[in-house]
Design a protein around this ligand. Structure first.
Ligand code: NAI
Length: 346
């Protein structure tokens, strides 16, 4: 029997290692392309059954049309978020599967790592002591104990982050578009998150509705000195408004694992280049901004789960024409999807 052929885009060394291990029995023929999947590169998918993509591949209408015309049957996202795929346009044409959870602990722990680094000035101390500068001037932080943290999105990652914060003795309040009844979470309206929080952490998906939810107006509603943590998706924050908010000393610090224009720069080494993005350059130049390049998921455990689930999704899809991890814009949940479409989204 011919092996299912997978065109793997935006491949990095760590992806290769985990997928080679997950494909130990060589059930699949996987070809790794370093380039992202875009309109310009989609021709590489010719002759494949599946394209395997990540957060910065751009699967727009034209890419979907080309994939369908070439006979590609499945878009297998090796991530949870799918804002980079036009799922509405894909409906009825090509199936889309994702990895809904690989290690929510990895992301929640990274959010706390960024927060601690920021408020205890570890990023500054590290550079100083490397240069044998043992001065403490300018390194004063603040206790997290007793501070109010506002969590936006109380799904898998948001809840783990909440538990971590509670361990630090913080007061946790939360906003979710779909609050979990009976969960014991203290939900408040979004305006109260802005008004009450000393720290705000984003753990919701990016949608058309919440794009730039942090903007000039909402920053004005926040507490002076607020610390923002974004490990979710960059475009939740209007980056130019963020720069202004920091310049006006309204925002005390920003911890960013994601950035709205990240697809042009993240995951690549530009250390010998002049970066064209002035907003990113300005943010990085600020002493109270920490940027990591979409690294929150990057643990051994998460990479192994991503590889296993992605290949399981492919296997399930080709053996049953159904995947429990299908992304369908019409179905609010997989269980409803199954009922409506006899286990298939279309
Ligand atoms: P989840 O699906 O378990 O939880 C998301 C929560 O957000 C749900 O409770 C949902 O009701 C809520 N929500 C949906 N729309 C909302 C809105 N407009 N406003 C407020 N809440 C809303 O997702 P999970 O696994 O907790 O992941 C959260 C986000 O983290 C993902 O959407 C993704 O963008 C990001 N992520 C980032 C990674 C990284 O490496 N930086 C890795 C994995 C996920």
């Amino acid at each position: 029997m011919e092996k299912t052929k997978i065109a793997f885009f935006d491949a990095k060394d760590y992806d290769r290692n985990s997928f080679i291990k997950a494909n130990e029995k060589e059930e699949y023929e996987i070809n790794y392309f370093e380039t992202r999947l875009t309109e310009a590169t989609v021709k590489l998918a010719d002759g494949y059954d599946v394209v395997c993509v990540f957060v910065n591949d751009d699967i727009n209408r034209r890419v979907i049309d080309r994939l369908c015309a070439m006979g590609v049957k499945l878009i297998a996202l090796r991530c949870a978020g799918y804002n980079n795929v036009d799922v509405e346009y894909a409906y009825g044409k090509i199936h889309v599967v994702r990895v809904p959870a690989y290690s929510p602990y990895a992301v929640a722990e990274h959010a706390m790592a960024l927060l601690l680094t920021s408020v205890r000035r570890i990023h500054k101390a590290y550079i100083r002591t490397k240069d044998f500068n043992f001065s403490l001037n300018g390194l004063t932080g603040f206790d997290l104990h007793g501070k109010t943290v506002g969590i936006i999105g109380t799904g898998k990652i948001g809840r783990i982050f909440s538990d971590i914060c509670k361990g630090f003795g913080m007061h946790v309040i939360a906003y979710d578009k779909f609050p979990a009844e009976g969960s014991g979470i203290e939900y408040v309206p979004l305006e109260e998150i802005w008004r009450q929080s000393d720290i705000i952490s984003f753990h919701c998906p990016l949608t058309d509705e919440n794009r730039h939810m942090v903007n000039e107006k909402t920053i004005a509603e926040m507490k002076k000195g607020v610390v923002l943590i974004n490990t979710s998706r960059g475009a939740l924050i209007d980056s130019e408004a963020l720069v202004e908010g920091i310049k006006q000393r309204k925002i005390g610090a920003a911890c960013l694992d994601v950035y709205e224009e990240e697809s042009n720069v993240f995951f690549h080494d530009y250390s010998n280049h002049i970066v064209d993005d002035d907003t990113l350059a300005r943010l990085i130049s600020m002493p109270n901004v920490i940027v990591s390049s979409h690294q929150a998921f990057l643990t051994e455990e998460a990479l192994s789960n991503i590889a296993d689930t992605t290949l399981d999704n492919v296997k399930e899809f080709f053996s049953t024409q159904y995947s429990k991890n299908e992304v369908c814009y019409k179905c609010p949940s997989v269980s409803e999807c199954k009922q409506k479409h006899d286990k298939k989204c279309f």
